[in-house]
Design a protein around this ligand. Structure first.
Ligand code: ADP
Ligand code: MG
Length: 353
């Protein structure tokens, strides 16, 4: 194998498995599909089975990273969210976040796996086929950089996000469909149908910094684009006139789920937040049509006047509705004002590991 292709063997890989992700089959899928592949490819690995929420976060926060060439999760997006935040909580976060990361889809929400598969220019794949594709990429040791977004919450907490920030319909579906997790990825379609039946409007203020305003070379971890949450947004920001929404979704990867190609133009390190919002007044059939069209990435071609798409560097959302849900990478976070900014290519692993 040509080492200039970014491949070095042997490498030591820590594989974190969430046995409860998806339909509770991640471990079974690992032994059935991945173990043999990794052995054949002579990739030495250590399996860590998570015992509780935030276990993976604690493991990577304390790990001696010089011992590992890559950290891989076998779960849904939620476990990678833990790993990235665990790395960013370390004192040596600047080096730690450059550790090559991998994802093997074992959850019900496998958005990053579907996105990475899409970036590899392979034809669409689902379920076990997607897992095999990600397994091959892992065995080949292919790496690339990834944008991360820092998210500020009202309590002053700062989180790092690799996938999405959602409020309204999308966040509600994600969290409410947890109870159907035994059906696998189709839980999102079920959740969508249930939520459509009780469609509601979410009131709030949305503002963003359009892409053309900055050059995007923010390499330091000061969130230089974000004022304090209790200060008004700068003049250069666009304040959305509408305050009645059905959903607000900021996404920085191509896929929101295995079968939702939400941001067709998105790349792993394009330095962009792809901001979508749907304003109130959209009919149920029109909203359903958008989600069905999303499977083929064709929602923008629906000509829906309620759907708006902007490429942005930063955004702020201030919910006015007293109740609701906000998710970051599919995980529920504190409800309230929230703002975020992109850090282009913050996860930038060395090309050879
Ligand atoms: P899914 O796509 O099926 O939701 P995730 O990887 O997103 O899978 O995991 C779902 C949730 O489970 C996340 O909040 C994650 O932090 C949490 N989690 C991780 N390990 C465990 C565990 N051993 N037991 C319970 N929850 C866990
Ligand atoms: Mg999840």
């Amino acid at each position: 194998i040509d080492p200039t292709l970014g491949v070095r063997r042997p490498c030591r890989v820590m594989i974190l498995v969430n046995p409860h992700s998806g339909r509770g089959q991640a471990l079974h899928l690992f032994t059935g599909h991945m173990q043999g592949m990794l052995t054949e490819a002579a990739v030495p690995y250590t399996l860590v089975i998570t015992e509780h929420q935030n276990h993976a976060r604690e493991v990577v926060r304390k790990a001696d990273l010089s011992q590992w060439d890559a950290l891989v999760i076998m779960s849904g997006d939620g476990l990678l969210f833990e790993v990235i935040n665990g790395l960013m909580e370390r004192e040596d976060w600047r080096e730690a976040i450059q550790t090559p990361l991998g994802i093997l889809p074992g959850g019900s929400g496998n958005a990053l796996a579907a996105s990475v598969h899409h970036y590899s220019q392979s034809p669409p794949a689902w379920n076990e086929e997607l897992l095999l594709s990600c397994g091959f990429m892992l065995c080949k040791g292919l790496v690339g950089s990834l944008d991360l977004v820092s998210v500020h919450l009202a309590s002053r907490q700062r989180l790092f996000s690799f996938l999405s920030l959602a409020w309204g319909f999308v966040a509600d579906v994600d969290i409410e469909s947890e109870k159907y997790r035994h059906v696998g990825a189709i839980r999102f379609l079920m959740g969508t149908l249930v939520r459509l039946a009780s469609l509601r409007v979410y009131q709030g203020k949305l503002a963003y910094l359009p892409v053309k305003e900055v050059d995007g070379k923010a390499r330091v971890l000061v969130d230089s684009l974000l004022p304090d949450l209790d200060q008004p947004v700068p003049e250069s920001w666009t304040v959305v006139r509408e305050e009645d929404f059905v959903l607000v979704l900021a996404i920085y990867q191509s896929h929101l789920a295995e079968d939702l190609w939400t941001a067709p133009g998105a790349m792993a390190d394009d330095g962009l937040i792809h901001l979508f919002y749907v304003t109130a007044g959209i009919s149920r059939p029109a909203l359903l049509r958008l989600f069905l069209a999303m499977e083929k990435g064709a929602h923008m071609a629906c000509g829906c006047p309620h759907l708006v798409y902007e490429k942005v560097k930063a955004l702020r959302l201030e919910p006015v509705s007293p109740q609701g849900m906000i998710t970051v990478d599919g995980e529920m976070v504190e409800y309230g004002p929230v703002q975020a900014q992109i850090h282009p290519g913050l996860h930038h692993p060395p090309t050879a590991w």
